[in-house]
Design a binder for this molecule. Structure first.
Ligand SMILES: Nc1nc2c(c(=O)[nH]1)N[C@H]1C(S)=C(S)[C@@H](COP(=O)(O)O)O[C@H]1N2
Ligand SMILES: [Mo]
Length: 260
């Protein structure tokens, strides 16, 4: 015992060597303790069963996302505009990404936007109805959460102009908008300040032409202040809510806000 743990001897003066040995062993113990804690923490995350998941991610990770979200929300201002570019900077070959909710049996000709008002009444709007409203174009750097970005050119009606035209003041005082594809396979929720942001469009054109089918014809969302996941293609239904509408990628572990 004395040989292995010489610092346990209680009698006699401590030599310099004893002190060093003692410190070294102490440091090692602390080192292993920290490693054990790290492994324990990692296992806690790993063994999280679905019951311990919070909206698709392990609870401790969700907490971190929630804090991030608060910081983003606090710093978000409707005055802050995404950087825009001249039309000439826009890519002509626009990447197609994500086809959830883009089922083949869709007929754009018979499409109508279902707008669910706060009263519960549903308005059915055609694309021509939307084209009558003031048109806004934007060229910006579209960013996908997967790590790519592309400068692209879009046209449509600002969501805030749409709200004004259809007298949706009551709806706009609610906390969120929700939307989903006609088949309800893809769905997003967007906080109202971001929806009313001056660069947020109900978009029906890309590069000056009607949206291609795989890019959301007849109507999609374009929301430059957020990652691409929120720019839902092929809007079927649009509604308003005081609580968070369901969100496809939030349910799969991304943060709800997905702000830039
Ligand atoms: N209906 C629908 N909309 C969608 C998606 C999807 O899978 N289905 N993917 C999103 C994602 S992750 C991105 S990056 C953009 C891509 O838009 P694009 O295909 O026009 O480039 O659409 C978003 N909107
Ligand atoms: Mo994306």
């Amino acid at each position: 015992m004395k040989k292995i743990f010489p610092f346990f001897k209680s009698k006699g003066p401590r030599t310099q060597e004893d002190l060093i040995r003692r410190k070294t062993i102490g440091s090692f113990l602390l080192f292993f303790l920290l490693i054990a804690l790290a492994i324990f923490g990692w296992m806690q995350l790993r063994v999280a069963t679905p019951g311990r998941l919070s909206d698709g991610v392990q609870k401790p990770l969700r907490k971190v996302l929630d804090v991030n979200e608060k910081i983003f929300n606090r710093n978000f201002s409707t005055q802050h505009l995404s950087k825009t570019y001249p039309v000439s900077a826009a890519d002509k070959k626009v990447r197609v990404n994500g086809d959830v909710g883009m089922s083949d049996d869709f007929d754009p000709a018979s499409w109508k936007l279902q707008l669910v008002k706060a009263s519960g009444d549903t308005l059915l709007l055609t694309l021509d109805d939307l084209k009558k409203l003031p048109k806004t174009e934007i060229v910006f750097d579209f960013k996908c959460i997967e790590g790519w970005s592309q400068i692209t050119h879009w046209g449509g009606v600002r969501f805030q102009d749409f709200v004004k035209a259809y007298h949706l003041e009551k709806e706009a005082s609610m906390k969120y908008i929700g939307m989903h594809t006609p088949d309800e396979e893809y769905y997003v929720g967007i906080d109202m300040p971001s929806a009313l942001h001056p660069q947020t469009l109900l978009c029906y054109e890309m590069n000056g032409k009607p949206l291609p089918l795989n890019q959301g014809q007849p109507l999609r969302m374009i929301i430059p202040v957020k990652y691409g996941i929120k720019s839902l293609k092929r809007i079927g239904t649009l509604f308003f809510s005081e609580s968070r509408p369901p969100d496809y990628w939030f349910e799969r572990g991304y943060d709800y806000y997905a702000g830039l």
